[in-house]
Design a protein around this ligand. Structure first.
Ligand code: EPZ
Length: 415
């Protein structure tokens, strides 16, 4: 496992560019197998999650040709084989192959682990939707075999506006017979990015980005060109770093609307922000106001941002709070933060952070991707040196993170 070592206290200035969205590309690559011809995707980020998905595609005899941020996927000779856990345990998003392979071939066999550290992360809503479309599901151990002689469009109501279930059911419905309506659908921007990709192949999807998505089944999907949207979670990470240590730090290549709930919360904290059409310029303020955050489905405050703003809250004059309503256990990073001197109390779904506190560098552990990112922010803020273990988590979601942060004045290394 890699380690990140950070010497804290450096001012961050200049420009940092946001890459393509992890949570979009991990859906786009499995979705590509639905196509009856080759597909071309631009602005692909270089992440370990992408590498793991390339392994699965190549295992399925799908061609993948990458050059810088361009990726060509050739699904025409796909061989539909069981996807075993040595592949799928590397990233949960491998479950998008369920919707894609079921949608194209009426059959998929995949095994994958249960939850991860932030929660149980069941897939009951995905499976309920597949059954509604006419599929039968046989489980043995952690292997799922999903079959459908024919997928018939139908109305599916999601008990929870699950991002993964919305995307997976969209994939399964694209070639189903007739019309499918997904009610109480998730509205995250990545869903729109994937729907646009499918429509550019010739699918017939409307309403992506709203809580009601309609999909008219089609027979054939043709070649297309598509671009991954900027990563709003990476963008939020860099904006928060600027809020902590920035001197007119410019965070470029982002969509302001996608980080609106964060920038509004930072404004409430007293952070000066200049918001342009595709960038944010941010500096650290003299002082920070304490704030209360409640995570919600999009466009509410993003759960992936709460672990990041938690590090900033230690600077606020007073008590800030976070209520995590999406996951049942997404406060692991706070225990690590308290090793650096943060004063925190966790009570069930709520965490209280008391400030202002000066963090001191020490050895901490990344427990998941965004927890690791939150600890990078804390390490940049702390006096002295911080060593983050299990840093491979961070590499899953942040392209060239050491190079990008060094270019804006941070002093860190990856070992
Ligand atoms: C996506 O996960 C993201 N991952 C997560 O980002 C993000 O935190 C999450 O959406 C919420 O925004 C990817 O896009 C690859 P959900 P997903 O289905 O699709 C429960 C990151 O850091 N649920 O909306 O798994 C589930 O347990 C990652 O990039 C069910 O109960 O999220 C969770 O509590 C972390 N049954 C809640 O819904 C289901 O069938 C949200 O899950 C599905 C989900």
């Amino acid at each position: 496992m890699h380690i990140v070592k950070i010497k804290g206290g450096k001012t961050l200035s200049g420009e940092i560019v946001v890459s393509g969205a992890k949570n979009s590309i991990v859906g786009l690559m499995p979705a590509a197998v639905l196509c009856d011809e080759d597909v071309n995707i631009y602005n692909v980020p270089h992440l370990s999650d992408v590498d793991n998905l390339i392994d699965i595609l190549e295992y399925l005899n799908v061609g993948v040709e990458s050059k810088e941020d361009y990726m060509k996927i050739i699904p025409t000779n796909l061989c539909n084989k069981p996807i075993h856990s040595e592949f799928s345990k590397k990233l949960r998003a491998s479950y998008y192959f369920m919707g894609a392979l079921l949608g194209k071939y009426g059959h998929v066999e995949i095994s994958f682990p249960g939850g991860c550290v932030i929660g149980a992360r069941p897939i009951d809503l995905h499976l309920k939707g597949f059954k509604a479309l006419g599929a039968t599901i046989t489980e043995n151990g952690d292997t799922m075999i999903i079959d459908a002689d024919e997928l018939i469009g139908t109305n599916i109501y999601l008990d929870f506006a699950s991002v993964g279930a919305t995307i997976n059911l969209m994939l399964a419905a694209v070639k189903a017979k007739g019309k499918t309506v997904i009610e109480n659908a998730a509205k995250e921007p990545e869903i729109v990015n994937i729907a646009t990709f499918l429509n550019s192949m010739g699918a017939n999807i409307s309403g992506a980005g709203t809580n009601k998505i309609k999909i008219e089944g089609v027979e054939y999907l043709s070649s297309c060109f598509h671009e991954v949207i900027p990563d709003r979670i990476e963008a939020g990470t860099f904006i928060i770093m600027g809020a902590a240590l920035g001197d007119h730090l410019k965070v470029s290549n982002l969509i302001p609307e996608h980080v609106y709930s964060l920038t509004e919360k930072l404004r409430e904290m007293g952070v000066p922000l200049e918001i342009g059409p595709d960038y944010v310029i941010v500096s650290k303020p003299e002082k920070y106001n304490p704030v209360d955050v409640q995570t919600l489905v999009y466009p509410g405050f993003v759960t992936d941002h709460q672990q990041l703003i938690a590090s900033l809250m230690v600077l606020a004059n007073g008590t800030s709070s976070i209520e995590e309503t999406i996951y049942e256990n997404r406060f692991q990073n706070l225990y690590e933060l308290s090793k650096m001197g943060a004063r925190i109390k966790v009570e069930g779904k709520k965490a209280y952070i008391y400030g202002p506190t000066k963090l001191t560098g020490t050895t901490v552990m990344a427990t998941d991707l965004r927890a690791g990112a939150g600890l990078v922010i804390a390490g940049l803020m702390a006096t002295g040196e911080t060593e983050i273990q299990n840093a491979d988590y961070i590499l899953r979601g942040y392209e060239n993170i050491v190079e990008k942060l060094s270019n804006i004045g941070a002093e860190l290394e990856l070992i």
